[in-house]
Structures are given as C-alpha cells and as structure tokens.
Design a protein around this ligand. Structure first.
Ligand code: FES
Length: 170
C-alpha cells in the first residue's frame, strides 16, 4: 500500500504545496529584469519632472514706449517734467508741449534735469533745455520724441523721434 506524501514533509516538492490561487512565483532573472525596467522608467520620469521645473528664461516684458501723461497743472513754463520710470522730459509753455529724450547721446546714460538744461552724470556732458549740446563729449543733441494731444493729456511715443523744435498745441 502506497501512501501520499504528507503535507510539509521533506519529500514534498514545493510546487505541490502551492494553492492554485497563489500567483506564479517570479523567477529571479525575470524579477531583476523588471527591477531594471522600473528603475529606468522612474529615472526618465524624474528627469522629465526635473527638466519641467528648471527655471525659465527671465524675459521680462518692457513697458510700452507709447504712453499717456497728465501734465501737472502747476508745471512752470519751460520746466522739465519727467514722468516716473520714463526717459523723456516734457515741457509746456504758451499752450504748446514738447518732449526731449533724457538718454545721453554719448553712451546712453540718463541725463539729469538741471536749472540750465540737462547734465549727464556719466562723463559730464551738458545739454540745454532744447537738448542741444553745451558741453561734450556728447556728439549730438538729445532727441526730441513724438508728442500728441489727447484731451487734456499728452501721448508720448518714446520710440519715434521728431525734428528738433517740434511742438504740439494742447
Ligand atoms: S554717457 Fe553721457 S557723457 Fe557719456
């Protein structure tokens, strides 16, 4: 009489002890292959996330070169008014306005308004109120820029220069 090997006895093969519901065991070679695949996939995933989080180019939008200005009521005749953050000086006199660029024609520093006109803090150039050069090294006069009247306001286009002496009635 033969008897079936007892459950768990040393002669019982391991495959015979598994239930049909247990998952198939993964051979070691397959397990290592899957681990390598997962490691590669997660490396690609984290590298992609890292690239997505890299700082973007710092391109800042610059303000429009065309802008509207309300001149102060009490602006004395012939006195420069420089709108905050702009590189243009506005003048109002006898019902006319005009605008002179405050960008030095030597190397581009911003000139400062003075009692007689403009002084450049970089290399000492001097300009009269109409922008003409009174002291070098600036080679040419300050640009005059386009101005147009808009109701009680003034529209200045820093990007468009006009001939020296161009004034607009307001
Ligand atoms: S930039 Fe104004 S004098 Fe040189």
């Amino acid at each position: 009489m033969t008897t079936a090997p007892e459950h768990g006895s040393p002669e019982t093969p391991a495959s015979a002890l598994r239930s049909r519901l247990d998952p198939e065991p993964v051979p070691r070679r397959d397990f290592l292959g899957l681990a390598a695949l997962w490691a590669s996939a997660s490396t690609v995933l984290f590298a992609t996330l890292g690239i997505a989080r890299l700082p973007k180019a710092a391109v800042l939008s610059s303000p429009s070169r065309k802008f509207k200005v309300t001149l102060p009521e009490a602006l004395p005749a012939g006195e420069a008014f420089v709108p905050p953050g702009r590189s243009v000086a506005l003048f109002k006199e006898a019902g006319e306005v005009w605008a002179v660029s405050t960008v030095c024609t030597h190397l581009g520093c911003i000139v400062k308004s003075s009692a007689t006109g403009f002084d450049c803090p970089c290399h000492g150039s001097g300009f009269a109120k109409d922008g003409s050069v009174t002291r070098g090294p600036a080679p040419t006069a300050l640009k005059w820029v386009k101005v147009s009247a808009a109701g009680g306001d003034v529209i200045v286009d820093e990007g468009e220069s006009v001939p020296l002496g161009t004034k607009v009635s307001v």
